[in-house]
Design a protein around this ligand. Structure first.
Ligand code: GTP
Ligand code: MG
Length: 233
């Protein structure tokens, strides 16, 4: 049974999975955050990570087996943030292994495919699974951003009512949502910025985020999205 697959991200894989001790911050201005990317089969999790980390896209579908890893390094003001992205196979759905994969994560993306309503219906199940198996040391749930992927397909009936999506996010404990396209590179950077911002805020405990703080950002593209506490992208 293959549980850990490094295919696709081989160059980053070794760096992306340091031993437990290396998960600690060596320097006060360096942060390492484990980020989960979950959602149903074929919604585009691997493609989103490939776009974000390697700036490329492939139309061919090769199902992830177990979990893949990728590393993205961000320079934020005087801080270096390393995002260890855990690309969990959609077929791992709600199994015992997800508990192991979720351990010590600081944030998550839950992805659905706007062309397949069943993948949206699964979002609440993924979120419940995540919240049931993972809590931060302060007792809170990890920051989670919802990604409505494949928006380039022009079938955004699910997301064309932004207010409903915001309400859905508030009711289900998402810190934000974005229409994304791994193919056309839409809103992926923005969604990652939103997630990192929330992780940093929750880690510093400097900002107390309430669901009622949700504010729609002025997106430069005509694609929708909302990140609570983010005023502008
Ligand atoms: P599993 O590993 O099986 O869980 O699937 P996944 O969620 O990682 O999906 P993957 O990234 O492999 O993408 C599945 C298919 O959707 C592939 O054929 C991709 O090329 C395609 N795809 C992914 N993102 C997009 C997108 O934004 N737009 C379009 N049009 N196709 C996409
Ligand atoms: Mg995959």
């Amino acid at each position: 049974m293959k549980r850990f697959s490094f295919t696709g991200f081989s160059s980053d894989a070794a760096a992306a999975v340091p031993p437990r001790a290396a998960m600690q911050n060596h320097h006060p201005k360096e942060h390492l955050y484990k980020i989960l990317v979950i959602g149903d089969l074929g919604v585009g999790k691997t493609s989103i990570i490939k776009r974000y980390v390697h700036q490329n896209f492939s139309p061919n579908y090769r199902a992830t087996i177990g979990v893949d890893f990728a590393l993205k390094v961000l320079s934020l003001e005087q801080e270096t943030v390393r995002l260890q992205l855990w690309d969990i196979a959609g077929q791992e759905r709600f199994g015992n292994m997800t508990r192991v994969y979720y351990r010590e994560a600081m944030g998550a993306f839950i992805v659905f495919d706007v062309t397949r309503p069943s993948t949206f219906e699964a979002v609440t199940k993924w979120k419940e699974d995540l919240d049931a198996k993972l809590t931060l040391s302060n007792g809170k749930h990890v920051s989670t951003v919802l990604l409505a992927n494949k928006c380039d397909q022009g079938q955004d009936v699910l997301t064309n009512n932004g207010l409903k999506m915001e309400q859905f996010c508030q009711e289900n404990g998402f810190v934000g949502w974005f229409e994304t396209s791994a193919k056309e590179n839409i809103n992926i950077e923005e969604a990652a910025q939103c997630l990192v911002k929330h992780i940093v805020a929750s880690e510093n405990d400097a900002v107390h985020l309430e669901a009622s703080d949700t504010v729609s950002p002025q997106l430069e593209s005509n694609r929708s999205g909302s990140c609570s506490s983010c005023f502008r992208y």
